[in-house]
Design a binder for this molecule. Sequence first.
Ligand code: UDP
Length: 373
Amino acid sequence: MSESMHIGMAGAGLSCAVIARELAERGHRITIHETRPHVAGNCHTERDAGSGVMVHVYGPHIFHTDDEEVWTLVNRYMDFKPYVNRVKATARGQVFSLPINLHTINQFFGKTFSPSEARAFIESQADTTITDPQSFEEQALRFIGRELYEAFFKGYTLKQWEVDPKRLPASILKRLPVRFNYNDNYFAHRFQGMPAEGYTVMVQRMLDHPNIIVHLGSALRPADVGQYDHVFWSGPLDAFYGHAEGRLPYRTLDFERFEGEGDVQGCAVMNYNDVEVPYTRITEHKHFAPWEEHARSVCYREFSRRCGENDIPYYPVHLTEGDQLLQAYQARAAREQGVTFVGRLGTYRYMDMDVTIRAALDAVRAFINARTA
Ligand code: UDP
């Protein structure tokens, strides 16, 4: 790729930041349009002026990965502090440990099982007639049995997705491990940490290159795509086509912010699994940065609901019965010349941050290779 290109981008989240940096370092000029007043998309962090707490403005983001290249990349821009996500769950008037581990099982069933006893017991609870679980519910019934499913997953999932777990894919539950020991690390990846100065500073540093210009509060209109040699679009896939086929469904989140003195709930994330409690979890943000000390505390009570036209899209809603609407958009995207769709919104995928970065690296390399071949 000898000639320098002018590349346009929609969105200044992780995807476009990674792609912009890779291309900028190869001498291309990048212009990014970001509709929000800040970079970093939904992993945006901001230090609260009153308390000094680093707030995860769009909800909790914990960095974890098995991908060494991705881990090296983020550490190039930011010092990551060791952090282990240990989630607690309030269910049926008690507090339990998540993800489901030996402590959860023993506490829930009032037992003192060893790992092998617990494994045998859970297997006896499991519905072994389900041989190839497709749905969230089948996956749960097959691997943890009805009692644990109903206590920890059914109500939470109904609140989070407003869809019967029979219609949700098993992949959503597969995000969570089940352990027959006392390891209560929510994630099973080799690398896990929190950015010392937050994600937004990390993304700002990725974008801090003389070949990259970021316009905040500015939208790249699909009609303007032709102004660029190529466009990377990390906005919603359906928005690129003016929602011509219909609106892809998303969940959005509402956060009820409240403050307190000292330590409000004693942990970063407390899930509320009973369906009668209207929120899914409470996050206490100071605990995401245990190396900092603050007298006051900032908490978010998190509510999930269907995403309306003027709401911020968070989670794409994939159902087991398939998705003709998505397929229609994907078919259009595959025919598109000069545009690459990237990221959670551009590819309509439920992606963690590390997967987002991996996909961005793969996309930009494919783009470069196609032009040097
Ligand atoms: N989930 C649940 N109970 C819990 C935690 C998770 O039922 O206590 C289900 C729920 O359907 C959720 C999914 O597992 O959407 C994935 O959970 P995760 O914690 O990965 O969600 P995220 O932090 O991405 O919102």
